[in-house]
Design a protein around this ligand. Structure first.
Ligand SMILES: NC(=O)CC[C@H](N)C(=O)O
Length: 366
């Protein structure tokens, strides 16, 4: 088996064995703590441009199956694991993780100390890294200097948002999804509730969206920094107060920025399937699926019409907001789970109820 190196911008070098594609690759390295759910994570478009470290020590043991994709094309730049399972065993297995990554041209590295790597990420926050073949004559300093000079990418959403609108018809509430890099799980939840869905690209104007007479708008998850998509923030600003809205992850951040709040980058992000979040309305704690680097600044909400509804119990950051006057709410975590717990799945029902209530009001006024 070929050797491969993961070189970090601080000069740390991890040597391990290669799997997946032979390509060299570069990106921000992040870690996620789910014990299962690697197929969903690899295909979640919110990971666009990132090298993903899975902290669970044995990955690939149930292979890749037909059902657990969260996106059509995986957007990660590389995969880092402690140990890759070579012979998956599961009734759903279609192919090995190794073969899947080869077919998608994504390189992987195994056999490194992922605990050490995770500690470095926890300490340094943003860590750019390079995955490359471990040749004897590699000049590490040259690579490190290059990494340090590489600007972080900022066109994430343009890369993963669909190029054109498409329908996913139903007979229930009409929902326009602004797709910043939507996970399939979100569409699955709307379809399950018979919504009449139209998925539109991130640059669709408010006028175009309203021309569809939606009962509600869902702002999807997506990759990157919410401040990199100011036009999308402007679009949402002009939609506030017109139709019920539900934001998820990047959608929550865009909605908050559109309401006048500010965002910041967390020290090392929340990624995994066991993040406890407290709902302030019920006092109950829900375990949530999360994948984000940025968060909304609590203090900045004072100048907005939003109020906090959910708080992360690990670090006290904002996990959800709602509008004080309009039927609008959003959460930083993933109520669709996939992968991870579905404790918060009821938020999709809340969204439907909100839309039905508004539609009823509209009828009374007509
Ligand atoms: N999953 C998401 O939508 C992530 C939102 C944003 N890209 C972040 O990292 O904070």
């Amino acid at each position: 088996m070929k050797t491969r190196m993961l070189i970090l911008e601080d000069g740390t070098v991890f040597k391990g064995q290669a799997f997946g594609s032979e390509a060299a690759s570069q990106g921000e390295v992040v870690f996620t703590t789910g014990m299962t759910g690697y197929q969903e994570a690899i295909t979640d478009p919110s990971f666009y441009g990132q090298i993903v470290t899975l902290t669970y020590p044995l990955i690939g043991n149930y292979g890749i199956n037909r059902d657990d994709f969260e996106g059509i094309t995986p957007q990660i730049r590389g995969l880092v694991v402690r140990e890759l399972a070579k012979s998956p065993s599961n009734f759903r297995v279609d192919e090995t993780l190794d073969n899947y990554l080869i077919s998608k041209d994504i390189p992987g590295i195994e056999g490194i100390d992922t605990r050490k790597l995770t500690r470095i990420i926890r300490k340094q926050g943003t860590v750019r890294a390079l995955l490359t073949a471990a040749d004897e004559d590699v000049n590490i300093e040259e690579y490190v200097a290059k990494l340090q000079q590489t600007p972080l990418i900022s066109d994430h959403v343009a890369q993963v948002s669909p190029k054109a609108a498409y329908p996913s018809p139903g007979r229930g509430m009409r929902v326009v999804v602004i797709d910043y890099g939507m996970k399939h799980g979100i569409l699955r939840e709307l379809n399950k509730r018979d919504c009449d869905v139209l998925v539109v690209p991130y640059h669709t104007t408010a006028q175009e969206i309203l021309a569809w007479h939606p009962d509600g708008i869902l702002l999807s998850n997506g990759p990157g920094n919410p401040m990199d998509i100011p036009q999308s923030v402007e679009t949402v600003k002009s939609l506030i107060g017109q139709v019920p809205m539900f934001g998820i992850c990047l959608g929550h951040q865009v909605l908050s920025l559109a309401s006048g709040a500010t965002s910041f980058k967390l020290d090392f992000g929340h990624r995994g399937g066991n993040h406890p979040v407290k709902s302030l309305a019920t006092g109950r704690t829900e375990l949530t699926s999360q994948n984000h680097s940025y968060a909304i600044d609590d203090a900045s909400l004072v100048n907005t019409e939003l109020e906090v509804t959910h708080v992360a119990l690990n670090d006290g950051t904002v996990e959800g907001v709602k509008h004080k006057r309009y039927p609008i709410f959003s959460v930083q975590f993933h109520p669709e789970g996939s992968p991870g717990p579905e404790d918060s799945n009821h938020l999709f029902d809340d969204f439907i109820a909100l839309m039905e209530k508004e539609a009823e009001k509209g009828k009374q006024h007509a």
